[in-house]
Design a protein around this ligand. Structure first.
Ligand code: NAD
Length: 280
C-alpha cells in the first residue's frame, strides 16, 4: 500500500471537540430536533448516534418518534411547531419517509434557517450561488477531509461520481466553489473508467460496492469514498475497491472510518452555525 489513509474518525473527533468548545462559550444551549417516522432499523441506529453525539457536544438533542402511519398533514404540523419553537435551532427529518408522505413537501416546510441538513431549496440555491450557510453534511465532510489531507483544489481536475441531491450535486458545487475543475459522472456516463482516470481528486458517491477499480485511478490521485455498501457476507465496503486503489492513489479514505464519521460531526457544526446565525 502506498496511499496515505485519510482518517475520518480522527478528523471527526477533532471537529466534535471544536463544536463542544464553541457551544461551551454560548449563553444558550443549541437545540436539535430529529424527527423519525416509523422504525426503519438503519434510521433508528443513525438517530440514536446523532442524539448521543449531539448531547456530548453540548447540544440539546431530542428525537420525536412518530408512528409509521403518520399522515403528511400530521408531519407538516409537527414541522410547523418546531419552526415556531425558539429553543429549536436545527430540524432534521430522517429519510427515507414512509410512502404516504411527500418528502419534498416536508423538506420545503422546514424553516431554511433551521434546515441543518441543507436540503431546503433556499439553501440549495444559496450553495449553487456561492453564498452557502447550511451545507449538506456529507459533502461538507468530504471538503473537510480534503482540507485535512492538505489537498490544494485550485485548478485541480475533480470528478464526482454520482449526482444525487444529498451528496453528488452539492459535492460538485463545493468543489467548484473551491476552484476545482469539476466533472460529474453518473449512471449514464460513457466510459466511466476513462473519466475516473483523468481525475486528480475523485469523490465516489454511487452506492455500488467496489465499482471503482484500482486501474481506474490516476497515480497519486486523492480518493474520497462516500459509498457505504453491505456485502452478502456482512462486510461494509465503499464504492472503491480499497486494496487495489490504495496501491495507486496518493491518499484515500477507508470505509468504514472515512466519510461516515464526518457526517454526524458536520451536522453538529451546522446546528451551532444555525443557532448562532438565528439567535445572534
Ligand atoms: P443515490 O442512489 O441517490 O445516487 C447514486 C448516484 O450514483 C446517482 O446519481 C446515479 O446516477 C449514480 N450511479 C448509480 N449507479 C451507477 C453506476 N453503475 N455508474 C455510475 N454512476 C452510477 O445515492 P446517494 O444518496 O448519493 O448515496 C451514494 C452512496 O453514498 C451510498 O452508498 C450511500 O449509502 C452513501 N452515503 C454515505 C453517507 C455517509 O455519511 N458516508 C451519506 C449519504 C450517502
Amino acid at each position: 500500500m502506498t496511499a496515505k489513509i485519510i482518517d475520518g474518525k480522527q478528523v471527526a473527533a477533532r471537529l466534535r471537540e471544536s463544536v463542544a468548545a464553541r457551544t461551551a462559550l454560548l449563553p444558550f444551549k443549541p437545540g436539535l430536533a430529529v424527527v423519525l417516522v416509523g422504525e426503519d432499523p438503519a434510521s433508528t441506529v443513525y438517530v440514536r448516534n446523532k442524539d448521543r453525539a449531539a448531547n456530548a457536544a453540548g447540544i440539546a438533542a431530542s428525537t420525536l418518534r412518530l408512528p409509521m402511519e403518520t399522515t403528511q398533514a400530521e408531519l407538516l404540523a409537527t414541522i410547523a411547531r418546531l419552526n415556531a419553537d425558539n429553543d429549536v435551532d436545527g430540524i432534521l427529518v430522517q429519510l427515507p419517509l414512509p410512502p404516504q408522505i411527500d418528502a419534498r413537501a416536508v423538506i420545503e416546510a422546514i424553516d431554511p434557517a433551521k434546515d441543518v441538513d441543507g436540503f431546503h431549496p433556499v439553501n440549495v440555491g444559496r450553495l449553487h450561488d456561492g453564498r452557502a450557510t447550511l451545507v449538506p453534511c456529507t459533502p461538507l465532510g468530504v471538503m473537510k477531509l480534503l482540507a485535512e489531507a492538505g489537498v490544494s483544489l485550485r485548478g485541480t481536475r475533480a470528478l464526482v461520481l454520482g449526482r444525487s441531491s444529498i451528496v453528488g450535486k452539492p459535492a460538485a458545487a463545493l468543489l467548484t466553489a473551491a476552484d476545482a475543475t469539476v466533472t460529474i459522472a453518473h449512471s449514464r456516463t460513457r466510459d466511466l473508467a476513462a473519466e475516473c482516470r483523468r481525475a486528480e481528486v475523485l469523490v465516489a458517491a454511487v452506492g455500488r460496492a467496489e465499482l471503482v477499480r484500482g486501474d481506474w485511478i490516476a497515480t497519486d490521485a486523492v480518493v474520497i469514498d462516500v459509498g457505504i455498501n453491505r456485502l452478502p457476507d456482512g462486510r461494509l465496503v465503499g464504492d472503491v475497491a480499497f486494496d487495489e486503489a490504495a496501491t495507486v492513489a496518493g491518499a484515500i479514505t477507508p470505509v468504514p472510518g472515512g466519510v461516515g464519521p464526518m457526517t454526524i460531526a458536520c451536522l453538529l457544526e451546522n446546528t451551532v452555525t444555525a443557532a448562532v446565525a438565528r439567535r445572534g
